[in-house]
Design a protein around this ligand. Structure first.
Ligand SMILES: [Zn+2]
Length: 66
């Protein structure tokens, strides 16, 4: 399994109204979201917080090896 740099999710604020990938509800401009470049989708921060934290811990583990 390989994962490219640059595909890591990151937390940001919505720059425009869109739809949450996880709960399918509206994301309003300015709300905290998590953006997933690999899937080109965004979700409310709260909806994907657990997945995001999990990804961040994996990244931290990788960096300790390097
Ligand atoms: Zn949501």
């Amino acid at each position: 399994m390989s994962r490219k740099r640059g595909g890591d999710p990151y937390r940001t604020n919505a720059r425009f109204n869109s739809t949450c990938h996880t709960c399918k509800k509206q994301i309003r401009k300015g709300e905290p979201i998590i953006y997933w470049p690999n899937g080109c989708h965004a979700a409310h921060f709260k909806c994907d917080e657990a997945d995001y934290n999990h990804s961040m811990s994996l990244i931290a583990d990788e960096e300790q090896f390097q």
